[in-house]
Design a binder for this molecule. Structure first.
Ligand code: NAP
Length: 228
């Protein structure tokens, strides 16, 4: 057994996921990062730390998730479902919103969380915390005419989070979702208000202070409560 807290982060090769990896290492966590394409993961693969283990994993490929869950040595204290896509910033009628792209967004953002949590449930430590990275764009009040399917997917992520929190209540495992802020990543774009460091350092602090009383709830990256 390791005395270090173990955290698994999906979509760890870039953006918020990569910074969550760096922050977790600096906090002396034992870190498991997953990435799906080694050619797009050079910065992650170059990180030198005895506390970092990396696995190839696609959150919508059950075989790859199962393979990682069977190869993890230590129980997970934190399971962070971060991987996500936004294939369609356009308005409702834009050609960008093809059926195929819409299915992909729902598949990765919603089913990816469900599959990840289902396969790693056997790896969870007592009092583990499961975090789904959601978005303010999933909130009804914050709705707008762009990125229809992305908004729907993040509303679904929050809904799934509440259902799953019920499933894990008897085991005293906390399940919550977080909006990471508007962050300068490939997805957030260059005009976003937060750096990945600002978002990830605040997120990790708030993951640590999360208690079982917070299960089934949605939070902003700074720890404040968010409505659905
Ligand atoms: P990003 O820079 O575009 O990174 C997305 C990550 O998800 C990449 O590591 C990507 O891997 C991974 N990913 C996508 N599909 C995957 C799959 N099928 N299996 C495994 N990994 C997959 O985005 P980000 O800004 O860091 O976003 C991270 C999370 O925060 C997402 O859930 C996003 O919706 C959420 N979020 C972001 C913002 C923002 O302002 N940036 C705001 C609200 C919510 P590849 O490199 O292989 O594609």
């Amino acid at each position: 057994m390791t005395d270090l807290k173990t955290i698994l982060i999906t979509g760890a090769n870039r953006g918020i996921g990569l910074e969550l990896v760096k922050e977790s290492i600096s906090k002396n966590f034992s870190v498991i990062g997953t990435y799906r394409n080694k050619h797009k993961s050079q910065e992650l693969l170059k990180i030198k730390s005895n506390n970092l283990k990396l696995f190839e994993m696609d959150v919508v490929n059950e075989k790859s998730i199962s393979n990682v869950s069977n190869n993890i040595k230590y129980p997970l204290d934190y399971l962070i479902c971060n991987a996500g896509i936004n294939n369609g910033y356009g308005t409702f009628f834009d050609e960008d919103h093809t059926h195929e792209k819409m299915l992909e967004v729902l598949n990765v953002n919603v089913l990816g969380c469900i599959l990840t949590i289902r396969y790693f449930s056997k790896n969870l430590n007592t009092n583990a915390k499961i975090i789904l990275i959601s978005s303010i764009m999933g909130i009804q009040k914050h709705n707008g005419s762009n990125a229809t399917i992305y908004r729907a997917s993040k509303a679904a992520v929050n809904n799934v989070m509440v259902s799953i929190s019920e499933e894990f209540k008897s085991k005293k495992i906390t399940v919550s979702s977080f909006h990471p802020g508007w962050v300068r990543t490939d997805m957030g774009g260059p005009n976003a208000t937060l750096s990945t460091k600002e978002s990830a350092s605040s997120l990790i602090r708030n993951f640590e202070s999360l208690t079982f009383e917070n299960t089934g709830k949605f939070f902003n990256y700074d720890g404040s409560s968010m409505n659905f």
